[in-house]
Design a protein around this ligand. Structure first.
Ligand SMILES: Cc1cc2nc3c(=O)[nH]c(=O)nc-3n(C[C@H](O)[C@H](O)[C@H](O)COP(=O)(O)OP(=O)(O)OC[C@H]3O[C@@H](n4cnc5c(N)ncnc54)[C@H](O)[C@@H]3O)c2cc1C
Ligand SMILES: Cc1cc2nc3c(=O)[nH]c(=O)nc-3n(C[C@H](O)[C@H](O)[C@H](O)COP(=O)(O)O)c2cc1C
Length: 606
């Protein structure tokens, strides 16, 4: 930490000034350095009262009880980083900071260039991309003309999923870029996997005090840097309260499974289940746009295959741990490396030394493939320690409480495929489809999505683009609009493979068209004609009307497949805006970007 307080050669001072300041900083004690950094932060805040970073601060940090300004900047797609930002704000307030939470969509690197303290909480989406609303901020930060950030003190909390090759890429890139632009990293970045709640809470607890000026009024548990107050070993650290409902990620609600019906025909090439669960007693107050996270159990036969592959067949306790608690289907580079370490397998060592080969090996394989291709006997703890915690799976709620009371409806596409000569099945979808009895209990928690809501003014028009299971939240939207008596002003683009096999909730859309709740529906059945037709093709055909709706203020929603559909729909929207709005691609991009920022172009894609 003391080294990070020495000025870099590219600091905005002359060489003599840098040398003089470094002499003083190098000789300063930790307490003196902490005082100085707090003094500068306080003075900076007082000078910049008009900007987002600077909350009103005392004239000098040496005066009693300044509240150190702290920006908590988040980049979030599905709300996890945003919720953590709110948690960090509460924790910071308790510690006596003056925190301000800001969405990256509403910030620019120029805000950071004004200096001060910032905690950045960022998730990663797509294949290593920033969340959509943060794209502009991140590209401006990475651009050559990004401002220097010598007066910024920061720390980064990155969210991600180790199943993706570019784990926590956005947080990593932001962190590295801030340091390259001269900002002072006050704490090492934490990279959190899907089971982020615990690690994130303790990182926030540990990191916040690093930002405090030494004379800040101690909140409960705050030991200002450089003092020896408080019990050793972090016993005085505050505890972030992540639970806002008794039932949450660590304590899911046991909901009754009431109904399960396959909505695709028996001749379709897959299944999509309409599922009803009863949430009576959960205390969940869901809104259209929210999801439920289901805590699945693994396929018992896969667990048995794994146990016998590593010589542990018949270990009942381990069987239960793997079935209920461990992610036994995700193969990652760290898992392979750990397995190699445990087994000292020479072939695997060679494979790991060649990044291109190991990447190819990982693609589409699961831990069982690893155990069979590089067989070794393992101790029970070694096997169990290879796997991360089994993550819950999110499902959009397909119903409105105004229409179905305590019953929540889900639309779940069964995942079954073959890869590397083995039939594979999705953990959660096949658990829901095959291994749960009607009347049995499903552990679930609510995943609110406040960024995917119907417009506040019910007269605002809505355009909903939701092929496949992406249509689920739009059923909730229309149930809601029907229940509050809103007619018209709604347009659905739905697509799937075949009209006769795959028209999910067909009768309901037809009823809503008849009653006027749904004003228009455009359908794209990709395999009903020789050439493939998708929702983006229907959007292009309807571009004149679509543009008119957008120009009149309609909100645009996209839900479903992130890899192909959401990208193609986005490209179609850009083309439509450019052609119908008579502007060049850059201007179309800017207009769509503005719709994102103003909350009129909303996506819930996966
Ligand atoms: C906010 C949100 C909302 C969601 N809403 C819904 C919803 O309403 N309905 C819904 O059905 N899903 C929804 N999902 C997706 C859902 O959470 C699960 O990811 C999905 O159901 C698969 O879960 P699983 O456990 O059955 O599959 P997993 O065991 O997680 O397996 C899925 C993985 O298998 C691999 N895979 C799948 N198919 C193939 C293939 N053909 N070839 C090669 N590899 C393949 C891929 O690596 C894929 O990631 C949503 C996701 C999010 C984040
Ligand atoms: C479609 C999709 C793509 C994702 N891509 C990545 C990725 O490339 N790298 C990564 O580390 N995490 C990835 N994730 C995981 C998210 O970063 C993780 O779920 C995070 O907690 C989401 O936080 P948010 O709700 O704040 O956006 C992806 C998740 C989804 C659903």
């Amino acid at each position: 930490m003391s080294h990070s307080l020495l000025l870099p050669a590219n600091a905005p001072f002359g060489p003599d000034e840098i040398a003089a300041l470094n002499r003083a900083l190098g000789a300063a004690s930790p307490t003196q350095r902490a005082w100085l950094s707090g003094f500068l932060a306080g003075a900076e805040a007082a000078n910049a009262s008009a900007n987002a970073l600077a909350q009103p601060a005392p004239a000098a940090a040496a005066q009693a009880a300044p509240r150190a300004p702290l920006l908590i900047l988040f980049a979030s797609e599905s709300g996890n980083a945003e919720a953590l930002a709110a948690d960090a704000r509460r924790a910071a307030q308790k510690l006596g900071f003056a925190p301000k939470v800001l969405d990256m969509a509403d910030a620019s690197p120029a805000d950071l260039a004004r200096g001060g303290n910032a905690i950045i909480i960022a998730s990663t989406w797509g294949e290593g991309d920033p969340p959509q609303r943060a794209e502009n901020f991140v590209s401006a930060l990475l651009a050559e003309d990004a401002p220097r950030l010598e007066t910024l003190r920061y720390a980064v909390l990155a969210l991600g999923d180790r199943a993706y090759a570019r784990f926590c890429e956005t947080g990593r890139r932001i962190d590295e870029r801030l340091a390259a632009l001269g900002a002072a990293r006050l704490a090492e970045r934490i990279e959190c996997d899907l089971d982020y709640a615990g690690p994130a809470a303790s990182w926030i607890e540990k990191t916040l005090p690093a930002f405090a000026p030494p004379n800040a009024e101690p909140g409960p548990g705050l030991s200002p840097p450089g003092t020896s107050a408080g019990a050793p070993g972090g016993a005085d650290v505050i505890h972030v309260d992540f639970a806002r409902n008794p039932f949450g990620p660590t304590n899911p609600f046991p909901a009754a499974l009431v109904e399960r019906t396959n909505l695709r025909s028996s001749r379709a090439d897959g299944e999509a289940f309409h599922i009803e669960i009863d949430l009576d007693g959960s205390g969940f107050a869901w809104e259209p746009g929210d999801s439920l996270a289901f805590h699945p159990r693994n396929d018992p036969s896969l667990v048995k295959e794994i146990l016998s592959a590593v010589g542990l067949a018949g270990d009942a306790a381990l069987d239960e741990t793997l079935t209920g608690e461990r992610d036994i289907t995700t193969l990652t580079l760290p898992l392979v490396a750990k397995y190699q370490q445990i087994t000292s397998d020479a072939e695997l060592e060679k494979l790991l030394a060649e990044p291109a080969r190991v990447e190819k090996f990982l693609a589409g394989r699961q831990p069982l493939d690893l155990f069979e291709d590089f067989p070794h006997a393992l101790a029970p703890e070694a096997l169990s320690g290879l796997f991360r915690k089994l993550p819950p799976r999110a499902y959009s709620i397909a119903s409105s409480r105004k229409a179905t009371a305590s019953a929540a409806h889900l639309l779940v596409a069964a995942v079954r495929y073959e890869k590397h000569g083995r039939a594979r099945s999705g953990v959660a979808t096949i658990d829901l489809a095959e291994r749960r009895d009607l009347g049995g209990r499903l552990p679930v928690h609510l995943k609110p999505n406040p960024r995917f809501r119907l417009p506040a003014d019910p007269r605002t028009r809505v355009i909903m683009i939701g092929p496949g299971t992406g249509v689920a939240p739009f059923r909730a939207f229309l149930q809601e609009r029907e229940a509050i008596g809103v007619s018209g002003g709604s347009w659905l683009f739905f697509g799937h493979r075949r009209f006769t096999h795959d028209f999910l909730y067909q009768l309901e859309w037809q009823e809503w068209l008849k009653s006027g709740i749904l004003e228009r529906i455009d359908l794209a059945f990709s395999r009903d004609q020789p050439e493939k037709i998708y929702v983006q093709d229907r959007m292009w055909e309807a571009r004149r009307d679509l543009y008119a709706w957008i120009a009149e203020g309609a909100h645009l929603y996209v839900c479903g497949d992130a890899k192909a559909m959401a990208r193609d729909v986005h490209a179609a929207l850009l083309r439509i805006i450019a052609e119908q709005g008579a502007c060049d691609p850059a201007e179309a991009e800017a207009r769509l970007g503005e719709m994102v920022r103003s909350g009129r172009y909303l996506r819930d894609v996966y």
